[in-house]
Design a protein around this ligand. Structure first.
Ligand code: 13P
Length: 252
């Protein structure tokens, strides 16, 4: 009942010319694949250009971050309404934002609410550090992150969650399919207590962290995992296409 979702987080990669090239390489291939939501998240500076290139296709556009205020004297920031002109999705609370830019649970909560208010779908990222994983604190950490991020959020409509263990991001050391499935199952269970079972049944929850064309099937075949948030491998058109194709075959 949940449509699978594959999102490419390009992070701080691609010059505008490269973003154009990559979008063009992916466009027709991605557009041919049905039954999977496909989202690409280029850097801010390329959003307007990529928007025009993928217009009319089934590919959706996402941003990698945003500020929570709608306009004003916030030099260097991009607002939810600005993004909503071009994007349907926005990644919020990525561990790199938390780690390098000091984003707290409170800030992430404001961003989630601000995105939902303008109809942008937040892809809310949560995930534990290696030491928490090794000390068997994963469930506790991710549930706390969720409670903070979702404080005052009345329902789960329009929300996507991405479970990205920090130790698996950009390290080549992905979680196993079973590990990720277990944690995502626990996330769904805990959210069912905060919201309702019905609400969590339709909630898309993704796995992220060193997903490649070679290992994506292992995650996608898991019943609790609805897709992937792909970093490095989303910069390679062939790999990204392969991940989306495999998803369509496995979940189709
Ligand atoms: P990698 O796929 O490069 O590990 O990155 C994962 C990620 O952080 C996606 O948001």
């Amino acid at each position: 009942m949940r449509v699978p979702l594959i999102t490419g987080n390009w992070k701080m990669n691609t010059m505008v010319s490269e973003a154009i090239e990559l979008s063009n390489e992916m466009r027709s291939g991605l557009d041919e694949i049905d039954g999977v939501d496909k989202v690409i998240c280029p850097p801010f500076i390329s959003l307007a250009t990529v928007y025009k290139l993928i217009k009319g296709s089934s590919i959706k556009l996402g941003a990698q971050n945003m500020y929570f205020e709608s306009k004003g004297a916030f030099t260097g920031e991009i607002s939810p309404i600005m993004l909503a002109e071009l994007c349907q999705f926005v990644i919020i609370g990525h561990s790199e934002r938390r780690q390098y830019f000091g984003e707290s649970g409170e800030i992430i909560n404001k961003k989630v609410k601000a995105a939902l208010k303008v109809g942008l779908k937040p892809i809310l990222c949560i995930g534990e550090k290696l030491e928490d994983n090794e000390a068997a604190r994963t469930e506790k950490v991710v549930i706390r992150q969720l409670e903070l991020a979702l404080a005052g959020v009345g329902n789960l409509t329009g929300l996507v969650i991405a479970y990205e263990p920090i130790w698996a991001i950009g390290t080549g050391r992905a979680a196993t399919g079973e590990e990720a499935n277990e944690i995502i199952g626990l996330i769904r269970c805990n959210l069912a207590k905060l919201y309702s079972k019905e609400a969590t049944r339709s909630l898309q929850i993704l796995y992220g962290g060193s997903v490649t064309a070679a290992n994506s099937g292992e995650f996608i075949k898991q019943p609790e995992i609805d897709g992937a948030l792909v970093g490095g491998a989303s910069l390679d058109a062939n790999q990204f296409l392969s991940i989306v194709r495999q998803t369509a075959e496995i979940k189709g």
